[in-house]
Design a protein around this ligand. Structure first.
Ligand code: NDP
Length: 347
């Protein structure tokens, strides 16, 4: 293994709630990476974090001098944890500084941003990963396994729900969060879970909005469906898969801890893990071994295409057709390019 004893240094960029309450504590439990630096626009946070995590002065950056991180050998990865629409610029700057990147979900709010993030990382020879923590969580992994191996038969229908009571700040600002109310923030979990249980991408979407709640329906090849709902006003957290020889479900499904699961043949029991520590360790290990990241930018981009299509369905009231096979290579053969994404409004 390349650099076998080396732990990769992570710089957290954007010291808000998620970085403060989840990522920094998780970095105290990681084996293959550690908190090496911070990037913040807030002088008070800079001072507090520097003291709390015993960081050297040269490992504390603001958004203006961030590009000088290039010269800091202690930093291998920059983890972008800002509001969604701000991810892209920081990812491009981190890539140009020669650092690997982890970007929080959703990767971006436009397809153009996804493309320039992927391109910048490719051009600079660095890895781009998306902070999809549930890919490393044992109960969600079991949902993937049951769905993909057909242990309880073929999944025919999914139900996915993710909602919180009350959102504030930039999450309510479409310019920073992306359009579609709770879609970008929470709907992404329902959509991702549907995709990883079916191991497919949807071919058509419909959607409806009532206040701060968005319902959307995903249609997959073979006539399989997923009934999804996300909300900023209704607390819910649930994943249920109905297969032709049984069922399996998680409740809660998508939280940081306390996930519980059962199936038609019994309860599921897995260790509770620190999802963020596992996520950062797995990504770091992949980088150290020169292996591909399990949660690449291309996955984040495909998800943004679907989210944009769901938003298009919301705004137009129409059923939107997706062309998954063509998502990485632009095509207009079956229709137009709407909002820069590869889907069409059904005639
Ligand atoms: P917060 O609002 O708590 O923090 C965002 C931070 O971004 C701010 O504290 C600030 O850091 C920085 N920032 C830079 N520019 C701006 C700006 N114009 N407006 C607001 N903040 C700015 O958000 P969260 O920590 O909850 O979310 C950040 C990202 O993480 C989002 O993309 C979100 O979707 C994702 N997330 C992912 C979760 C997961 O489970 N994977 C869970 C929660 C969030 P500073 O003061 O240091 O400059």
């Amino acid at each position: 293994m390349e650099k076998s004893n080396k732990k990769l240094g992570i710089a957290l960029l954007g010291l808000g709630k998620y970085a403060t309450e989840q990522l920094a504590p998780a970095l105290q439990q990681t084996n293959h990476c550690y908190l090496a630096a911070i990037v913040t626009g807030d002088d008070n946070k800079a001072k507090q974090w520097k003291e709390k995590y015993k960081l050297d002065e040269q490992c504390v950056y603001d958004y203006d001098n961030f590009d000088t991180i290039r010269a800091n050998p202690a930093v291998d990865i920059v983890y972008i944890v800002t509001p969604n629409a701000l991810h892209a610029d920081f990812v491009v700057r981190a890539a140009k500084a020669g650092k690997h990147v982890i970007c929080e979900k959703p990767m971006a709010t436009t397809l153009e941003d996804c493309d320039r993030m992927i391109e910048a990382c490719k051009n600079n020879g660095v890895t781009l990963s998306v902070g999809y923590r549930l890919h490393f969580e044992p109960y969600n992994q079991e949902m993937m396994r049951l769905g993909n191996t057909h242990k309880l038969g073929y999944v025919q229908q999914l139900i996915a729900r993710d909602g919180i009571e009350g959102a504030s700040g930039w999450r309510l600002d479409p310019l920073l969060a992306g359009k579609g109310g709770p879609l970008m923030d929470l709907g992404i979990y329902c959509m991702q879970a549907s995709n990883y249980v079916y191991n497919m991408s949807p071919i058509a979407v419909t959607a409806q909005q009532a206040g701060q709640t968005v319902s959307f329906q995903l249609e997959y090849p073979g006539g399989f469906t997923s009934d999804c709902c996300c909300s900023f006003s209704n607390k819910m957290n649930y994943l249920h898969a109905a297969a032709n020889n049984g069922w399996f479900e998680l409740k809660p499904a998508f939280g940081y801890a306390g996930i519980k699961g059962k199936t038609s043949i019994g309860e599921l029991h897995f260790d509770q893990v620190n999802q963020q520590a596992l996520e950062m360790d797995t990504i770091s290990k992949a980088i150290l071994l020169g292996e591909p990241t399990p949660v690449p930018g291309e996955m984040g981009r495909d998800d943004v295409v679907i989210l944009l299509a769901i938003n298009e369905a919301l705004e137009s009231g129409a059923r939107i057709l997706l062309h998954p096979a063509n998502r990485q290579s632009a095509t207009t053969e079956t229709g137009g390019v709407i909002n820069g994404a590869f889907f069409t409004v059904e005639e």
